[in-house]
Design a protein around this ligand. Structure first.
Ligand SMILES: Nc1ncnc2c1ncn2[C@@H]1O[C@H](COP(=O)(O)OP(=O)(O)OP(=O)(O)O)[C@@H](O)[C@H]1O
Ligand SMILES: [Mg+2]
Length: 497
């Protein structure tokens, strides 16, 4: 062998077009055995497309892909692909099968093994237990369709971990995980890389995570490799953002930039549960932190999604509890769901309908012809969405760009309350800052914002106040901006990393 390192996969000059759109214009990418490698780039750069081609779920137009075994010998392409597994950006689980079946079934798909129920359940338990032992103990026989997004994400990761693959590609796996779960996943991946020679490719738009986990990075910009296999520690945050083609002015500064806004006048929204009362004057940005149980119950009450007796609100013209999401929307409570692929994006409707939906509901009609198109165009431009046509389907957009469609639906729509679940999930670093500003602007115009995020840095940057829930779903404290810190949040939520 000439190389000191063995590259389990090497991609050279990869090209791919969809119709007239050239997506990959000659990408180079290689992953060495036993390394944790961050694959970076702005929304629409081509990361997921390349991953789909490596795993064989999309065909390449040109270029080569080479797989090698642990000894450095070339493998046939089909055989090489069998040693690769992927956690997709959008969950790819079978809703009618149980958790255990979802985790182990892919192993039997080659037809070489015979399905063995009892053994499978044990294997699934071991895989899921690596991430969360309590969850594994009580969930193996539940149908996946009943799980929350966050639980589904853990099942998807467990499936990849238990596949015995040599290379694991994780396309934004931490978007729905809490800080503690992310930390557990990272230490597991690092251990598997070190001890078993597993190679890990990790896609994320969270700078802190990238630095925590990845030794090496590759940056793709507009379908080309602009940084190839460079030590992550040798690049500053600003340099990474610049290489991605995003303005240096948007580089994360690490400082708290959300100066207090002047508070608009008006009545406060009061949110109550037993022994707790929160008064939110117009223009407040309330952050919500913690494991999913608490935030989910608060949010479903605020958007009329569940008949929870736990929370009630008082606000003029509103009932104590909404009877349905429709009632909440027509009374001025907007909602951006965290489950963009199942509940958020309207898959069979064109981009323009996806963007204009809430405006049509609140206005009671659509604007005539050209005026609506022009408005939609302006909204998308503000969020830097490049779409070939407003009549394309959302599936032709990258993951982060689909997230921007959801935001576009409510940002700028006059509302009394806007509830956000992980609104910047998958949105690239440059655009995140602009979204923070758009949300601050809405608050300045009087909208009350309730914002659940699993990224504590984001809560620190944007919120006036944060309500923290512990792992049992109980309210553990309400912290004002002046007293906010990552440590404080980790303490209260019981999710110290
Ligand atoms: N099926 C498709 N039809 C047409 N265009 C597509 C299709 N799939 C992807 N594209 C285009 O390819 C480009 C790259 O998309 P890709 O999903 O690879 O980006 P990405 O780097 O993963 O971005 P993100 O960070 O937002 O996930 C985008 O401009 C997207 O619109
Ligand atoms: Mg993607």
């Amino acid at each position: 062998m000439h190389d000191r390192q063995t590259f389990v996969v090497t991609v050279r000059g990869l090209t791919k077009s969809y119709g007239a759109t050239s997506v990959l214009k000659g990408v180079d990418f290689s992953v060495a055995r036993g390394e944790v490698h961050a694959l970076l780039g702005g929304n629409g750069a081509g990361k997921s497309t390349m991953i789909r081609i490596i795993t064989g779920s999309a065909a390449k137009d040109g270029g080569e892909i080479e797989f090698r075994d642990a000894a450095g010998n070339l493998r046939a392409e089909a055989e090489g692909r069998r040693t690769v597994t992927v956690v997709h950006q959008e969950l790819a689980l079978l809703p009618h099968l149980t958790v255990a079946e979802n985790i182990v079934l892919p192993r039997y798909s080659s037809g070489l093994s015979v399905f063995d129920g009892k053994r499978s359940v044990q294997q699934a338990y071991e895989a899921l237990g690596l991430i969360d032992r309590d969850f594994a103990a009580c969930s193996l026989h539940r149908p996946v369709g009943d799980l929350s997004l966050h639980e589904g994400q853990m099942v998807e990761i467990a499936r990849a971990l238990s596949s015995g693959a040599q290379l694991i590609l994780l396309d934004e796996p931490t978007a729905n995980l809490t800080a503690a779960e992310t930390e557990r996943l990272f230490s597991l991946l690092r251990r598997l890389a070190r001890e078993n020679g597993l190679s890990v490719v990790f896609v994320s738009h969270r700078m802190k995570e990238i630095r925590q986990i990845a030794d090496i990075c590759t940056i793709i910009r507009d379908g080309r490799t602009v940084v190839n296999r460079v030590a992550t520690s040798s690049l500053s945050d600003t340099a990474i953002v610049e290489k991605m083609g995003q303005l240096a002015a948007h580089a994360p500064t690490g400082t708290v930039s959300g100066a207090r806004r002047s508070a608009p006048d008006g009545e406060a929204l009061t949110i109550r549960e037993e022994g707790l009362e929160m008064m939110l004057p117009p223009g407040t940005i309330l952050g919500v932190a913690g494991a999913p149980a608490g935030p989910e119950s608060l949010i479903s009450a605020l958007v009329g999604a569940a008949q929870s007796k736990r929370w009630s609100v008082s606000f003029s013209g509103w009932p104590q509890r909404f009877s349905s999401p429709h009632q909440a929307a027509t009374l001025g409570a907007g909602f951006i769901t965290g489950d963009r692929s199942q509940k958020g994006v309207l898959r069979s409707l064109p981009i323009i309908d996806n963007v204009m939906a809430s405006r049509r509901v609140t206005r009671g009609s659509r604007l005539a012809g050209g005026r609506e198109n022009a408005e939609c165009f302006d909204i998308l431009q503000a969020l830097k969405v490049k779409a070939a046509s407003l009549w394309d389907l959302p599936d032709t957009l990258s993951g982060g760009t689909q997230q921007k469609l959801l935001l576009a639906r409510w940002l700028g729509v006059p509302s009394r309350l806007l509830v956000l679940e992980e609104p910047t999930r998958g949105v690239d670093i440059g655009t995140k800052k602009e979204i923070y500003q758009l949300i601050r602007d809405m608050a300045s115009s009087g909208t009350i914002i309730v914002w659940w995020s699993t990224e504590n840095a984001e809560l620190l940057e944007v919120c006036d106040r944060v309500v923290a829930f512990d792992t049992e779903g109980r309210c553990a404290g309400i912290i004002d901006r002046e007293e906010l810190s990552e440590d404080r949040l980790a303490d209260l939520t019981g999710m110290a990393a």
